[in-house]
Design a binder for this molecule. Structure first.
Ligand code: HEM
Length: 151
């Protein structure tokens, strides 16, 4: 069971990384109704995968790995959780922008997005991807017992 939970934990973070990368690539292209719909779809996949990785992560902390006492005394685990919250907060603004496109898309109108907004959204996604890479580093450190400060 712990291997299955670990597998889906990895799968969820691959889905997060892919969804964000595809969003960034679509934002670099000229905006079309089709591209805007794809961005909304991948943003929904991003949101669901983040929810899944949180649920699976909590299950791993509580029941399938080294036990909650270990993770509460793991510097890399705490850093990983702080980074997870940061990524979540940064993701709010792009999601709000994308959700505002829905009424226009219902009428098959291309959402208006200027160069500055497109750059800003891509920059935020870049920051999210960078923080996620730092999360993976911390995940590997905590899994190997590095940074443990318990007794
Ligand atoms: C986007 C968010 C996340 C990413 C990218 C991520 C990534 C990873 C990776 C790559 C590993 C495997 C580490 C290894 O075995 O070398 C891992 C393990 C783990 N993750 Fe996550 N994770 C995320 C969110 C979470 C959350 C929110 C929690 C807790 C609530 C969590 C708890 C764990 C636990 C307990 C392990 C097992 C570590 C061990 O083997 O001792 N993760 N994570």
């Amino acid at each position: 069971m712990s291997a299955i939970v670990a597998f889906f934990h990895h799968l969820a973070f691959v889905a997060i990384m892919l969804a964000l990368t595809i969003e960034m690539m679509l934002l670099k292209q000229p905006m079309t109704v089709e591209n805007a719909k794809k961005i909304l779809r991948f943003d929904a996949i991003y949101g669901m995968s983040a929810g899944l990785i949180l649920l699976l992560g909590a299950l791993r902390v509580m029941f399938f790995e080294k036990g909650p006492a270990y993770y509460m005394h793991s510097g890399p685990f705490i850093a990983k959780m702080v980074l997870f919250i940061l990524v979540g907060l940064i993701s709010i603004y792009p999601t709000m922008v994308f959700l505002k496109w829905r009424p226009q898309l219902k009428q098959a109108i291309v959402p208006s997005i200027d160069h500055a907004m497109s750059r800003r959204l891509r920059m935020l996604i870049h920051v999210e991807l960078t923080l996620l890479v730092l999360m993976i580093l911390n995940a590997a450190l905590m899994a190997k017992g590095i940074g443990y400060f318990g007794g």
